[in-house]
Design a protein around this ligand. Structure first.
Ligand code: HEM
Length: 181
């Protein structure tokens, strides 16, 4: 994944657990990159190893860490100069969730080697929708739940999320039933 993601992970861990822990996590993961370049593409394996080492070292379940990281990602991209991309993708939670593929197409103009996930929505109504998530990468459904929560925070909304399809349980994709309060 692009360095932008690894930098967000670094910032997330440093903010919540300190620079010393980040250095220990990097060493445990066997990652020798000193400085992640935002626009450079790194093997996915690096990101997965960092997440795995962080969970071990901080004694956090992967699903918990990924969910918190998803929330952080919305804050991070909002502050790192991508706020206008988020704003342009929709003026309500439903609208932005419907436009996630377009959003990543725009991101791909800046990051040409991007391998984005794909999303679609069904059962869209005033107080909710079902979000379908497709990716070649395994295990990131909890991060999507955090991303949805981060977006909801951005719109000042509270919601409940229930995972309704689960690739880990043999479904062909992940999906989430979202109810907005
Ligand atoms: C302006 C804000 C955003 C930017 C700049 C951005 C950019 C990126 C980048 C660079 C990657 C790594 C992919 C790669 O390097 O091949 C990525 C992955 C991902 N993005 Fe976004 N993104 C944004 C917003 C969102 C939002 C709002 C969601 C909400 C669901 C989302 C969902 C994901 C997921 C789940 C992945 C993990 C990769 C996968 O599932 O295959 N992104 N994004």
């Amino acid at each position: 994944m692009y360095g932008l993601v690894n930098r967000a992970l670094q910032e997330f861990i440093c903010t919540h657990h300190g620079e010393k822990n980040w250095q220990a996590i990097k060493a445990m993961a066997g990652v020798e990159v000193e400085f992640f370049v935002r626009m450079e593409s790194y093997p996915d394996d690096i990101t997965y190893r960092l997440v795995g080492a962080a969970c071990k070292s901080l004694n956090i379940e992967p699903a918990t860490l990924l969910r918190e990281f998803g929330r952080h990602w919305v804050l991070f991209t909002g502050q790192e100069g991508y706020g206008s991309l988020l704003d342009g993708a929709g003026s309500s939670l439903q609208e932005i969730l419907t436009n996630l593929d377009d959003l990543h197409v725009r991101v791909g103009l800046m990051y040409p080697a991007l391998k984005p996930p794909s999303f679609s929505c069904s059962d869209v109504c005033e107080d909710g929708l079902t979000l379908h998530y497709f990716s070649g990468r395994p295990g990131l459904a909890p991060m999507v739940m955090g991303l949805i929560e981060g977006l909801a925070e951005r719109f000042g909304k509270t919601l409940t999320i229930r995972q309704s399809c689960d690739r880990n349980a043999g479904d062909d994709h992940d999906s989430f039933d979202i109810r907005i309060a």
